[in-house]
Write a protein that binds this ligand. Structure first.
Ligand SMILES: [Zn+2]
Length: 362
């Protein structure tokens, strides 16, 4: 036992007054900050962020638009900018692509990064990786960062300013984190401390959603910050983040995400459907393939109640579509490099067929 293992757990503050924590969390890194943001995100949040920074005694060296895509060109431009060079720390304000680009830029520039999510769709605000894309929008790679973000500030008021469908998709993506991590470790091999910690924490992405998610969606539509909404935000942003930063890469994926990548080879999926929405369909496929009837029934009923997809028609696909091209891409995906038992094109196609005729108990 002499192999070095480091785990950097997410640090966060949530609440309508989350920005009151700026002084304590950022003050120890200096007094000059640069804000790098998404366009809509900054419009929705600068009226809260800027006064809070000034109240915390922090000086803003600049407000930079990150760009419109998580590319290396944007990342390098940010890292080399005079406003970033003059700052002691960087604040990323935006959705997943903005935050991933800024995290990598801060890593290059050797500055601590703080995150303010403007939508609740994924765990990018607390993880130690960035998902990067090519200029044409296709997937490029996932570089690892030296650190997790120094702190994440979740202000529900800002998240509520974004369309509710991002929260909706975020629920679907988070639930997959539990299903995939526990499924991929179910062969029973010995797990490291980190994998055990991450997989155990992953339960938070699933069970609390069963009771909170529908209410959270209703409250978000009304603009009400309730306990169910705050719990749901935490279980979309923080809980999957704990899984992501703790587990061995073998346990960070599964059929739900592999099938998502396969399905995006159909243009209309990429165009009309959100990541977490498509993933939540894959979660049901993963569960029915695994004959995990209890979890399948729970997830299926939740999907039905908040109108996440439960069948091919919900993704604008025909029941008798052979999906040959989709399954080809699904099988080639790194998400399926570690499975608890052999998974084949045929077993996934059969699971998709079984899901079409599945009906939960009333
Ligand atoms: Zn995902």
């Amino acid at each position: 036992m002499n192999k070095l293992e480091s785990i950097y757990l997410p640090q966060f503050t949530i609440g309508e007054d989350a920005f009151d924590a700026f002084s304590v969390e950022m003050g120890r890194y200096g007094n000059k900050v640069v804000v790098v943001h998404g366009e809509k995100a900054w419009n929705a949040s600068k009226e809260y962020v800027l006064p809070a920074l000034s109240k915390a005694g922090l000086t803003v060296t600049g407000e930079l638009l990150y760009g419109h895509e998580a590319t290396y060109a944007n990342m390098e431009r940010i890292a080399a900018s005079p406003e970033v060079k003059a700052a002691d720390m960087v604040i990323a304000v935006g959705g997943g692509k903005c935050i991933d680009t800024v995290k990598l830029a801060a890593d290059y520039a050797g500055k601590p990064v703080f995150t303010i999510p403007s939508i609740a769709s994924n765990c990018a605000p607390v993880t130690k990786i960035s998902i990067m894309y090519n200029e044409d929008g296709s997937f490029k790679d996932i570089p690892k960062l030296k650190q997790v973000p120094a702190h994440c500030f979740i202000n529900p008021k800002i998240v509520l300013a974004a369309p509710v469908r991002y929260l909706w998709a975020g629920i679907g993506d988070a639930m997959a984190k539990h299903v995939e991590s526990s499924w991929s470790a179910k062969a029973g091999e010995a797990l490291s401390f980190g994998s055990e910690l991450g997989i155990t924490s992953g339960r938070m992405c699933f069970y609390p959603m069963l009771k909170d998610a529908a209410k959270a969606m209703e409250d978000a539509k009304q603009g009400t910050v309730s306990e169910e909404l705050q719990n749901t935000l935490l279980n979309i942003i923080v809980s999957p983040g704990i899984v992501s930063v703790s587990v061995h890469p073998n346990y960070n994926g599964g059929v739900a995400h592999a099938l998502f990548y396969g399905l995006t080879s159909r243009k209309h999926i990429e165009k009309n459907h959100l990541h977490g929405e498509v993933v939540s369909y894959g979660t049901l496929v993963n569960l029915i393939m695994d004959k995990d009837w209890e979890k399948l029934e729970q997830a299926y009923k939740l999907n039905q109640s908040i109108k996440l997809p439960v069948c091919l028609a919900d993704l604008e696909l025909e029941q008798d579509d052979p999906l040959e091209d989709v399954l080809e891409v699904t099988m080639a995906n790194q998400e399926l490099s570690h499975t608890p038992y052999p998974v084949t094109k045929e077993s996934i196609r059969q699971a998709i067929r079984d899901l079409e005729s599945y009906r939960p108990e009333a």
